[in-house]
Design a protein around this ligand. Structure first.
Ligand code: SIN
Ligand code: CO
Length: 375
């Protein structure tokens, strides 16, 4: 891949080798002449919606306060004068421009790419010194923000606050970001952003699931597919003098039966694909107002092409296709067209012609669910 201003004139390969998950990178004018994707009024309107996750963090001299949206109105009066920040999560799910911006980072797989969060801060606003468990690119969109960062190991938090604020923050570097500037931070890297005047910052975040979270979800997934025939039996039962004691023979027999629970790499692939393509809680799809029949839809798709909905998450691996938490086993001949759909997040008219009945049927089903639409 080519060198890009987005990474300070580096190729994605060099960036990933030297910085990703390792150390911060400040890129001046990562996006030269960057203009905000939306005015603040539009961001505030998103924060008023109940299908959009938003928070307001505010601070007085002695107190941090955290509130969860939706917010019909922004702080005003004396509350509006103090330091406050509005954080709106998943803007890419609702705004095509935000989705485009997120996808400029697609040299990293969709399995890692999470969302675009936009923060708006009044002068002096910030969420305090903290660490995130995510990799994040902090792109300055409007106004100025001062970032102070530290490689410190002491991640002790201040007790009793509604948000995670580091108790001992010892900044090592300080940068003031102008619109178009961007700061990459690996997970667990201490940072504190402070608005110098009103400002907006876009966070492009990459999720990394905790193994505990993955393990719990995997066991739940396996519970649905487990197949253990037979039932405990004890034709050779002997009388017991300690009726309350768990029987040794029973324990051995059950242990042997449960050791038969096995999982294959294919189980793991299906689990992971479903897990990573699962829409977040609170994400809803809008089915088309007037659904076209399968035949009419296919004819229109072959004329106009199709695009995935902004909220759709689609992945694939081998014969498995994953879309919005569901998996499908796909015939060999159909794999390339579905891979093209997932990679390009759409199919051109020419690609939507001459597809198999199975794919046609799946596309119509996904169209009816609001997962994709005609281009
Ligand atoms: C912000 O944009 O105010 C917070 C982003 C972050 O520190 O992760
Ligand atoms: Co952060």
């Amino acid at each position: 891949m080519k060198k890009t201003t987005l990474l300070g004139g580096m190729t994605p390969a060099i960036f990933l080798r030297d910085y990703w998950q390792k150390k911060p990178l400040l890129v001046r004018q990562a996006i030269p002449g960057f203009a905000p994707l939306m005015p603040t009024a539009e961001l505030f309107a998103l924060a008023a919606r109940d299908d959009v996750a938003s928070r307001i963090v505010s601070r007085t001299a002695r107190r941090w306060d955290l509130q969860h949206g939706p917010f019909p109105a922004m702080p005003s009066g004396s509350a509006g004068r103090r330091d406050w920040t509005l954080l709106v999560q998943g803007v890419n799910l609702h705004h095509a421009g935000a989705d485009d911006l997120l996808r400029r980072f697609r040299f990293i797989s969709d399995s890692r790419l999470d969302d675009l969060m936009i923060s708006y801060a009044a002068d002096g606003g910030g969420v305090g010194p903290h660490v995130d468990s995510y990799d994040v690119f902090l792109l300055q969109a409007q106004g100025q923000r001062r970032w102070r960062i530290s490689a410190q190991d002491d991640l002790t938090l201040v007790d009793g606050l509604p948000l995670k604020v580091l108790k001992h923050f010892t900044p090592e570097q300080e940068y003031v970001l102008e619109p178009g500037d961007m700061l990459y931070l690996p997970p667990q890297y201490a940072h504190e952003g402070t608005a110098l005047g009103e400002c907006m910052t876009y966070s492009i975040g990459f999720r990394a699931p905790a193994y505990q979270e993955l393990g719990e979800a995997f066991l739940q997934f396996m519970a649905d597919s487990i197949d253990l025939p037979g039932r405990y039996a004890d034709p050779g039962l002997k009388p017991t003098g300690q009726p309350a004691q768990l029987d040794t023979a029973m324990l051995a027999q059950v242990a042997q039966a449960l050791q038969k629970v096995r999982f294959t790499d294919d189980d793991i692939a299906i689990f992971l694909g479903e897990y990573l393509s699962e829409p977040q809680a609170g994400v809803f799809f809008m089915p088309p107002a007037r659904k076209q029949s399968a035949a009419a839809f296919s004819a229109a798709a072959a004329r106009r092409g199709i695009v995935l909905d902004l909220k759709t998450k689609m992945l694939y691996r081998g014969r498995h296709v994953f879309i919005n938490g569901e998996s499908f086993a796909v015939e060999r001949a159909d794999r390339s067209v579905l891979a093209a759909l997932a990679n390009a997040r759409g199919l051109a008219a020419s690609e939507a012609t001459g597809i198999s009945d199975d794919v046609r049927e799946a596309l119509h089903l996904w169209y009816c669910d609001g997962w994709l639409k005609l281009a």
